[in-house]
Design a protein around this ligand. Structure first.
Ligand SMILES: *[C@@H]1O[C@H](CO)[C@@H](O)[C@H](O)[C@H]1NC(C)=O
Ligand SMILES: *[C@@H]1O[C@H](CO)[C@@H](O)[C@H](O)[C@H]1NC(C)=O
Ligand SMILES: *[C@@H]1O[C@H](CO)[C@@H](O)[C@H](O)[C@H]1NC(C)=O
Ligand SMILES: *[C@@H]1O[C@H](CO)[C@@H](O)[C@H](O)[C@H]1NC(C)=O
Length: 247
């Protein structure tokens, strides 16, 4: 009797666990839960540098948790301009490494708006639009302009680029691909300290990570909390994959 109950319980557990996993918010396309910006970018396939920067600056978990807490409450939402790997490759060599950790955080946050914009609603944006980055002189801003052909551009004051198709555009999150890194005026404008990356290359970073010779924000500078949270995420994904395979 007890044996049968145990067997039945085991079967029940097997039946219940995959059902629960199946309801977990899927990467890019689950209206039932908050969108996952990392998964959306991974699916896009050409944003590995931006994903790495987001991870190193913890802006992936930051934005995902903002998305989670705003999900379903009809708040403003978020818009992300995601530079392609090509965009990063086209930067002057050493550009990222010339930035301190805090400046890298600002660089990433300068690509995020605390508001959801569909392609159409960009026309109603009132310039300058605030990004999530801010410095001594207030928030970093972008100007968004559209021309008569319905082409929409975004300008950081240093870089002007056309906004390409959305990778994702369902409130509360829009993610647009851009072919250039939106170098903030505050970091790369004429008077900004980081204006000449080539000149500052090799110089120890002030206030940045202690090891100036390591590549910008290498994995070891990451707090273990974020790493283990990710590890849990991966193991859940792995378990789901194994169960999905077995059943
Ligand atoms: C998302 O928010 C809910 C509450 O709204 C909370 O219970 C849950 O832990 C959050 N999940 C993450 C991954 O932050
Ligand atoms: C946005 O446009 C205004 C007015 O043309 C200009 O003063 C400002 O510098 C621009 N800002 C950026 C970030 O391009
Ligand atoms: C938009 O940016 C492109 C470069 O990517 C430029 O050629 C074009 O003139 C810009 N258009 C506007 C309206 O700023
Ligand atoms: C978001 O997706 C990434 C990559 O697929 C995953 O590692 C992470 O755990 C996910 N985060 C949340 C909060 O679901």
């Amino acid at each position: 009797m007890a044996g049968r109950i145990a067997v039945a319980a085991a079967f029940l557990a097997l039946a219940v666990v995959p059902a629960a996993l199946a309801q977990a918010p899927g990467p890019a396309a689950a209206p039932s839960g908050p969108p996952n910006v990392t998964a959306i970018l991974e699916k896009g396939g050409q944003y590995t540098t931006f994903i790495r920067l987001m991870k190193e600056t913890q802006q992936d978990t930051q934005l995902n948790s903002q998305l989670n807490s705003s999900f379903g409450n009809n708040g403003g939402g978020y818009t992300v301009f995601a530079p392609t790997d090509n965009a990063f490759n086209n930067l002057k060599p050493g550009t990222l490494n010339s930035l301190t950790q805090q400046q890298q955080v600002s660089l990433v946050q300068g690509h995020v708006l605390s508001n959801f914009y569909s392609m159409d609603s960009f026309q109603t944006a009132s310039n300058p639009v605030r990004t999530q980055a801010s410095g001594r002189d207030g928030p970093y801003t972008l100007n968004i302009t559209s021309d008569t052909n319905n082409q929409v551009n975004v300008s950081s004051g240093v870089v002007d680029v056309r906004i390409n198709n959305a990778l994702y555009s369902t409130k509360p999150l829009a993610v647009y691909s851009v072919d250039k890194v939106l170098l903030p005026l505050e970091l790369f404008g004429a008077k900004a300290p980081a204006a000449a990356p080539t000149a500052s290359e090799g110089k120890p970073k002030k206030g940045g990570s202690s090891d100036a010779s390591s590549p910008a924000g290498s994995e070891d500078s990451e707090p273990t909390g974020a790493a283990s949270a990710r590890a849990i995420g991966w193991s859940v994904a792995g378990l789901a994959a194994v169960l999905g395979y077995l059943l």
